[in-house]
Design a protein around this ligand. Structure first.
Ligand code: DAH
Length: 343
């Protein structure tokens, strides 16, 4: 068979449809095709012709393969919609890749954790569904203690004392039950109270509990630690006010207010027109709590504190209404996009 003739055929073969391309493959590229036969016939040629004929056949096979590949690529190209208009039309709307952001409560929580981890606090956790022992009894709320009324409780199974925890102080108990001093823990979490939802109160909110127990811990350590925290969180010149208070699980007990940052202490709804906002409760751990948890109250002393995360976020970011934290309104959430946890 004449190779020049075959080459012409390869070059002019109609490859415009899948059927035509299969026919082409059969004729030139597959087993049993013309080229296959010619390659087989090489052996019958005298050696001096064989080399030249072999070369010519290889070239022809490459040509056939190249034509087929080219035809298939053209076909694919035609079936892909052209992207040119998107890039050549300057009025085409920008394709924006929306980046998510962190929730302000999560930002505030990270910031608090960062400040306490720097001074050696470890994280601890406890369940949101609790029992009377961990929420009240071990924390020195006697069964008829009037202080139980301080916190309106959601009971899930009242007869068994199963409830939604009203504070993260439960985690103090859980940690002390299973470990011995030195203890320095921070326990962030959600808590629940039976309240009417308003700008100032919600049925759930977030607290961070802190506990430090060791030999020789004093009220001076408590004060220094919390002032370090407030200054780290709000800045060095924040106005701080200590007030004596009462909690069943601490003796002495105190609360800390900071000068209202929303109105610069001129008076607004958030500070109830007093110029001050309460941000935490604290005190020296009552020996009765140590007794309940199996810690030697003769040997150890300690302090505890509870921070309100929403309250701190309100002050830090100037958020007037508590309800905004739980509504997932994108206009609110997007205003925190790009904030880092330690801003
Ligand atoms: N558990 C208290 C509350 O929810 C806050 C609190 C006060 C926690 C004093 C403490 C503390 O650890 O020492 O109101």
């Amino acid at each position: 068979m004449d190779i020049t003739q075959l080459q012409k055929e390869v070059e002019s073969f109609d490859l415009s449809s899948p059927e035509r391309r299969i026919a082409f493959q059969k004729r030139f590229l597959r087993k049993g095709g013309v080229l296959d036969e010619l390659f087989a016939a090489l052996r019958t040629l005298p050696p001096e012709l064989r080399k030249e004929q072999g070369k010519a056949l290889n070239a022809l096979r490459e040509l056939a393969q190249a034509r087929l590949t080219q035809a298939e690529a053209e076909e694919r190209h035609l079936s892909v919609p052209s992207r040119t208009p998107v890039f050549s039309d300057p009025s085409f709307p920008l394709i924006r890749h929306e980046a998510g952001g962190r929730h302000p409560l999560s930002l505030v929580e990270s910031r608090i954790i960062y400040l306490f981890q720097r001074i050696g606090y470890l994280l601890a956790e406890g369940p949101e569904i609790e029992d009377d022992w961990h929420n009240f009894e071990a924390l020195n709320f006697e069964p008829d203690h009037p202080a139980r009324d301080m916190q309106d409780t959601f009971f899930l199974r009242p007869e068994e004392g199963i409830l939604l925890r009203t504070h993260t102080s439960t985690v103090q108990v859980r940690v002390m039950e299973r470990s011995q001093p030195p203890i320095r823990i921070l326990a962030p979490g959600r808590v629940y109270r039976h309240e009417t939802v308003s700008a100032r109160a919600h049925v759930y909110f977030h607290q961070i509990e802190g506990l430090c127990v060791d030999e020789g811990i004093s009220a001076a350590d408590l004060k220094a630690t919390l002032e370090y925290f407030i200054e780290g969180f709000f800045g060095a010149n924040t106005r701080i006010r200590w007030r004596a208070s009462y909690f069943p699980f601490t003796e002495m007990s105190a609360e800390v207010d900071v000068g209202c940052l929303l109105c610069e202490s001129k008076g607004c709804a958030v500070c109830k027109h007093t110029g001050w906002v309460e941000v935490l409760g604290c005190g020296m751990v009552d020996p009765a709590v140590f007794d309940a948890c199996g810690i030697d109250a003769e040997r150890y002393t300690g302090f505890a504190f509870g921070l309100g995360v929403e309250r701190l976020a309100q002050l830090l970011y100037g958020i007037p209404d508590l309800r905004l934290f739980g509504q997932n309104d994108l206009r609110f959430l997007q205003s925190f996009r790009g904030y880092g946890p330690i801003a």
